[in-house]
Design a protein around this ligand. Structure first.
Ligand code: PLP
Length: 396
């Protein structure tokens, strides 16, 4: 299942030693309080995720140490240490990885984008192996799976991820069960623990794309999943100015295999992007709390609007999908009628955005033509509501 020859894990040195990370496993770290934050962890005082988001991945509290790990712009390192080259490690990645790893509960391996992380996770499956995935997922992921199938590199089986019995049945021949929950953009929710049980009974790896929920709302590794994936481009970075991805696992073996893929194929994050992503991650708890509260209030206020067939919301998070009456034409009419809501793809930024998902030719035909995905940002709920309802009233 896992490619051989993965580098062995070596214990993590403190910040002063970060220039001397073991080659190609700089970020594959055990998650224990000593490593989450070598300086501040205290077994007797369990820390909340809000606190971990602030304290993890910092230099030690010693005179003249910087408060934040700086952007390390270097392509190479003085020979004789453990990093050697910029494709194998960078302290700016490491600081980000320590923090996201602490929040998800595993070794974090950062990548150039969410798709780069997803590709590395799919690569854990031996050629020809079966990957079970939701029929409704991010279009890029479905396209990546379809491309693998077309070239005989994998077999893809698409399922309704809310139908746990059907997923369990599909697991029989699977090497991996991969899913988003909630799904993009249908917002279906999967039973992670039940799917993990079914997949593991057949020896399949479980990988969960946690982009929509974030580790603040859902920690799949705690429910038994083997790997968690993020498009860190979204909530983790949170400001629509970074593309980055991450895969997190509690398994040393899987972490080493992922680092090996990244080191060999070079889908590495840039140091400045890693710095920005960590800067964003520090405020994820407050951003998400506010965005979620606004989303919940908007769902309440939008319910029954005459321009809408449906308001979909899984009960948590800050993504809402509305189905506009009149199909594609009805939904497209929203474009240009809002002042605050920006018509743009992507999600999870401080700015509220919307888009009709079927405008993408790769979007599944089972997604309604009139479905508009709303990414609720941090503007005031009354302003967002007035702006959106004004647009909806004008097309009702
Ligand atoms: N996973 C989900 C749920 C997404 O929505 C996206 C992008 O929209 C991705 C993965 C891909 O991430 P990236 O664009 O960072 O490659």
């Amino acid at each position: 299942m896992v490619p051989g020859g993965a580098p062995k894990h070596t214990p993590t040195p403190g910040y002063a030693g970060r220039g001397a990370q073991p080659q190609a496993v700089a970020s594959a770290r055990p998650v224990s309080p000593e490593v989450w934050n070598v300086h501040d962890a205290n077994d007797e005082m369990p820390l909340h995720p809000e606190t971990m988001a602030i304290i993890a991945g910092r230099p030690p509290h010693e005179p003249d140490q910087p408060m934040s790990v700086p952007v390390h712009l270097t392509s190479t390192y003085v020979a004789g240490g453990h990093v050697e080259y910029g494709r194998y490690g960078n302290p700016s990645w490491t600081a980000f990885e320590e923090t996201l790893g602490a929040l998800e509960g595993g070794h974090c391996v950062s990548f150039a984008s969410g798709m780069a992380a997803i590709a590395a996770v799919f690569d854990l499956v031996e050629p020809g192996g079966t990957i079970v995935a939701p029929r409704h997922s991010y279009t890029g992921t479905v396209a990546a799976l379809a491309e693998r199938e077309e070239h005989g590199r994998a077999k893809a089986v698409f399922v309704d991820i809310t139908d746990t019995a059907a997923v369990a049945e599909a697991c029989a021949d699977a090497a991996m069960v991969w899913f988003e929950t909630p799904t993009n953009p249908a917002l279906e929710v999967a039973d992670i623990a039940a799917i993990v049980r079914a997949a593991h009974a057949h020896g399949a790896i479980v990988a969960v794309d946690n982009t929509f929920a974030t580790p603040l709302l859902q920690r799949p590794l705690e429910l038994g999943a083997d790997v968690v994936v993020h498009s860190a481009t979204k909530y983790i970075s949170g400001h629509s100015d970074v593309l980055m991805g991450a895969a997190i696992t509690a398994s040393d073996e899987l972490a080493a295999a992922l680092v090996q893929r990244r080191s060999l194929y070079g889908a590495i994050p840039a140091p400045f992007e890693a710095f920005l992503a960590l800067r964003g991650l520090r405020t994820l708890p407050v951003r998400l709390e506010r965005a979620q509260a606004t989303a919940q209030e908007l769902v309440r206020r939008l319910d029954g609007h005459p321009a809408l067939e449906e308001v979909r919301y899984p009960g948590f998070g800050a993504i809402v999908s509305i189905v506009v009456r009149g199909g594609a034409e009805g939904a497209d009419a929203l474009v240009g009628r809002t002042r605050l809501w920006v018509h743009a793809t992507s999600l999870g930024g401080v700015e509220s955005t919307f888009e009709r998902r079927r405008r993408w030719p790769l979007e599944q035909p089972t997604i309604p033509e009139g479905l508009v995905r709303l990414s609720v940002g941090l503007e005031h709920v009354d302003d967002l509501h007035r702006d959106l309802v004004g647009a909806l009233d004008s097309i009702a």
